[in-house]
Structure formats: structure tokens, C-alpha cells
Design a protein around this ligand. Structure first.
Ligand code: SP5
Ligand code: ZN
Length: 342
């Protein structure tokens, strides 16, 4: 399996994440990638490919122009304003405050384009987000060209990002870019299967009214888990997309017997949809020791999950999402890939 990886992810390395009222070292940190690379090498899965330059055209087609302009220039505007720290959103267009006009003031603009304040933007964030998207683009092109599968070792992750909002450690929605590229590459119907612990609100939002892209997500129930405001089972799509979204929210303590039933349900729904291609939002934060999550999957369970996805038989692009138990993120991620190939 080819691995698409860019060292440019390191350019995004915020010092602080707003967590419990403190600025802590971000859970989503560059060393996550080192652990995944080390495990890939240890397992002989080191067919690494640099994706090269990002293709901005599909990103401009998917995202809001003002949002992309913001991501590209936010750091320059923030520092020009005289702010000394990293970019952290402090004001939001909350209920009944939505004139839907991005302010001129950078502090106002940050909150306008943010969906949460834990995620800091720094000098290299835009560059790293583009490199992450490039990994998804490279992996998808490889699968469109006929490969059974490819792994986009994306960092920063993408599934919380909408067409016009960042947050949850995400800036550009790599899985959505991959699904769109598969569609453009000839797949009539594409499914995104999101197994990250958190609901893939961004991916859901992007495809909510689409009949050609199915979105299925297994995640911590919104009553208890970030992103809190989306991911209920009764969110099933709108307009032409009615029936093309399937959410599987699960409570604290969910273990693999329960989780794998939801996985089988999600796969059955994707089968019924008739997908020609599959994008997997591959987060491994459902792991029992993840510091910010509450499922109880063990490392061998990730191998079994990969096996079930592989048995499904569709051309598959894996896009890396979350997973914050640093010393286990490599084993769990590569277990999914090895299970897929088994
Ligand atoms: C890609 C991805 O996995 N993003 C996750 C973003 C989570 N951000 C905020 C999490 C807040 C979690 N609070 C957990 C308290 C644990 N005791
Ligand atoms: Zn997650």
C-alpha cells in the first residue's frame, strides 16, 4: 500500500490548546506522525510517496473563497494587529448574532471562521494544511489510476473542517477532497466512512444535500462528545441527499462488540447505497487509552475493523484523522491498514 506523506506537516505546531481553561500542549502534535511512520517502517509498509505541490483548484471548488483567503492571510493580519500569541478564537457568531458578514477586524474574522477555540492557527498552518490536502490528493489519484488502496498520512486532520470553518484540529477537509476527486475521476457514487471517535461534522455538512456521496460516521454521542452540536442519529441528509447520511452515536464505555455492530451496519448502508469507491476517515481515537475520548477499543480491534473494511472490496483511500494516545497511534493506525490487506 502506498503511503502519501509530506514533511511539511511540521509547519503546523501550535504551542497551546485551550483545554479546561488552560493552554496545554496540543493533543494533535507533530510527533503523532513520527509514531505512525515508525510503525509503518517496522511493519515493512514504508512505500512512502511525497505528494508534491498541492492542487489548489479542487480546494477552491470545494471551499468558500473568503475562508481560504482568511486561512492564507490570518497569521499576517494577526501579527500586524500586534497580538503576541497564537491565533485563538474568542468571539463567535452565536445564536441570533448571525449577520453572516465576515468582519474586517482580524479578531472578529477568526471567530467568524472558527467552529471551536481549542485549535490555534500559527505561521505555518496554511502551508501544512495544504500539504495535508496534497497527501489526500496524491493517494486518491493513485486509487483512481487503479490501485486497490492508498493511505494519505494527513496532518493536520480534516473531518471537522467545513467549506468555511476550521476547528477540532482541522482546516481543510481532506476526506471530502478525496471523495470529490473520486467522483471527478469516474466513480458515480462514493461513500465516506468516518471511524474517528469524533463525529465528522465537516464532511457531513459538505455532503448533506448530495445524493452521490454517502456519509457514515461512528462516534461518541453528541450529548457527551465533541463536536457536541451535530452527529445525532436523526440527521439523515436533506433535499436530494435525504437518506445519504448515517450517524451511529454511541455512549461512554462503548467496546468493540458494540462498536463493530455499528461498523457492520454502516458498511451495510454503504452497500445498499451502491458506492463505487470508499474514503475512510481513519481516526484511532476510539482506542481505550485515548486521553480525550471514551470508547474502549483495543489494538487488535483496529486490525479486525480494517479486515471488515477490506472484505468490503471497494477501491479505498484512507485519510488520517485523529488519535492522541501518542505511543499507540502508530500500532492502531497500521493495524487498520494491515487488517484491510489481510
Ligand atoms: C480530528 C479530531 O480528532 N479532532 C478532535 C478535536 C477535539 N477537540 C476538543 C476536545 C474536547 C475534549 N474534552 C475531553 C475531556 C476529556 N476529559
Ligand atoms: Zn477524533
Amino acid at each position: 500500500m502506498r503511503i502519501y506523506y509530506s514533511e511539511a506537516h511540521r509547519a503546523h505546531f501550535p504551542q497551546g490548546e485551550l483545554h479546561g481553561g488552560e493552554l496545554v500542549t496540543p493533543f494533535e502534535r507533530p510527533s503523532r506522525i513520527e509514531y505512525i511512520l515508525a510503525r509503518l517502517r517496522a511493519r515493512g509498509m514504508d512505500d512512502l510517496h511525497d505528494p508534491g505541490e498541492v492542487d489548489l483548484a479542487p480546494i477552491r471548488a470545494l471551499c468558500d473563497a473568503g475562508y481560504l483567503q482568511f486561512l492564507e492571510t490570518a497569521w499576517a493580519e494577526w501579527t500586524a494587529e500586534g497580538f503576541a500569541g497564537e491565533i485563538i478564537a474568542a468571539s463567535f457568531p452565536a445564536r441570533r448574532m448571525q449577520s453572516a458578514r465576515p468582519p474586517r477586524n482580524i479578531d472578529g474574522k477568526v471567530g467568524y471562521y472558527a467552529l471551536a477555540s481549542e485549535t490555534a492557527i500559527t505561521a505555518g498552518t496554511w502551508q501544512a494544511a495544504c500539504a495535508s490536502a496534497a497527501c489526500a490528493q496524491g493517494a486518491t489519484a493513485h486509487v483512481i489510476a487503479g490501485a486497490r488502496c492508498a493511505f494519505a498520512l494527513c496532518r493536520p486532520p480534516g473531518h471537522h473542517a467545513t467549506a468555511d470553518m476550521y476547528g477540532g484540529y482541522c482546516f481543510l477537509n481532506n476526506a471530502a477532497l478525496s471523495a470529490e476527486a473520486m467522483r471527478a475521476g469516474g466513480a458515480a457514487r462514493v461513500a465516506v466512512l468516518d471511524i474517528d471517535f469524533h463525529h465528522g461534522n465537516g464532511t457531513q455538512d459538505i455532503f448533506y444535500d448530495r445524493e452521490d456521496v454517502f456519509f457514515a460516521s461512528l462516534h461518541g454521542a453528541p450529548e457527551d462528545a465533541f463536536p457536541y452540536y451535530l452527529g445525532y442519529a436523526d440527521e439523515t441528509g436533506t433535499g436530494a441527499g435525504v437518506g445519504a447520511t448515517a450517524n451511529f452515536p454511541m455512549p461512554p464505555g462503548t467496546d468493540y462488540p458494540e462498536w463493530s455492530l455499528a461498523l457492520d451496519d454502516a458498511l451495510a448502508r454503504i452497500r445498499g447505497f451502491g458506492a463505487d469507491g470508499l474514503v475512510v476517515s481513519l481516526g484511532v481515537d476510539a482506542y481505550k487509552e485515548d486521553p480525550i475520548s471514551f470508547f474502549k477499543l483495543d489494538s487488535p480491534d483496529f486490525f479486525d475493523a480494517g479486515r471488515r473494511i477490506g472484505a468490503f472490496g471497494l477501491p479505498t483511500v484512507f485519510c488520517m484523522e485523529g488519535g492522541y494516545s501518542i505511543e499507540n497511534v502508530g500500532i492502531n493506525t497500521v493495524n487498520v491498514l494491515e487488517g484491510f490487506l489481510a
